[in-house]
Design a protein around this ligand. Structure first.
Ligand SMILES: NC(=O)c1ccc[n+]([C@@H]2O[C@H](COP(=O)([O-])OP(=O)(O)OC[C@H]3O[C@@H](n4cnc5c(N)ncnc54)[C@H](OP(=O)(O)O)[C@@H]3O)[C@@H](O)[C@H]2O)c1
Length: 220
């Protein structure tokens, strides 16, 4: 697949490494000129591009940048992807450490619904709850005992199936996190977040989630 990745940090860089390793054609961007990603491009064979070009003709797009920076992305930035291409976003809202206050999220809008609103397109929430080093190193083949499960929230259909397949290729067990409106169940502070559960554990944790944001994940 041709995959466009916007954000080349711990998660975007890890996904660039892993997805090129799987044979995908990756176009990757950060907030600066493509030349600033020369090392990552040389290491992985990915093509470094401007963020505005990353989604062009992509079969799948990944947005992995700080939550507060999402509104800085150019309007329609993912619109040049192929028709029906899923847009994954990995972001988390850390109001106290990084992102400052985002009123809509404080008022109860799920973090990924807010991202979808900013991008003007539906998204899938996945990879937000796994530490980047575990994403890099802990993938294992399907059927392995204790395989780490990653919840995928977003609309049912062929695009979600593609996201499930991608998670599986990366060595993790995709579990259904419901629709995007359900995606609060895997936000920071929920039982599944950062826990590396297997599929059964992840489903149990998703079901046990509360909509109430813990104090450390609300704006001060
Ligand atoms: N770190 C983790 O283990 C982890 C795990 C799961 C989810 N997440 C979430 O995933 C997202 C990314 O996290 P990260 O740890 O990978 O962040 P990071 O290491 O700080 O990298 C952020 C990347 O986003 C790029 N970026 C920032 N603003 C941009 C813009 N306007 N246009 C294009 N690119 C932009 C940065 O480019 P420049 O270098 O040019 O600034 C950088 O490549 C965050 O929301 C985070 O909460 C992180």
């Amino acid at each position: 697949m041709r995959i466009g990745i916007i954000g080349a940090g711990k998660i975007g860089g890890t996904l660039t490494r892993k997805l090129t390793g799987l044979g995908h054609e990756v176009h990757v961007a950060n907030s600066r000129a493509p030349e600033t990603l020369a090392d990552l491009a040389a290491e992985t064979g990915a093509t470094a591009v401007w963020a505005a070009d990353a989604a062009s003709d992509a079969d799948l797009v990944i947005v992995s940048i700080p939550q507060k920076n999402v509104p800085d992305l150019a309007p329609g930035i993912v619109a040049a992807a192929k028709a029906g291409a899923p847009v994954i976003e990995t972001n988390n809202y850390y109001p106290q450490e990084r992102d400052g206050r985002i009123d809509a999220i404080e008022d109860g809008t799920p973090e990924s619904v807010w991202v979808a609103d900013q991008l003007g397109t539906p998204v899938f929430k996945v990879f937000n709850g796994i530490f980047w080093k575990h994403l890099l190193e802990r993938g294992v083949p399907a059927g392995t005992d204790g395989r780490i499960a990653l919840p995928v929230a977003g609309a049912d259909g062929p695009a979600k199936k593609l996201v499930f397949d991608l998670v599986d290729q990366l060595g993790f067990e995709p579990v259904d996190g419901g629709t995007l409106d359900d995606s609060w169940r895997q936000q920071p502070g929920t039982p599944v977040y950062g826990k590396n559960y297997d599929a059964e554990g992840a489903r149990t944790a998703l079901a046990a989630a509360s909509r109430e944001r813990p104090a450390e994940f609300r704006a001060a």
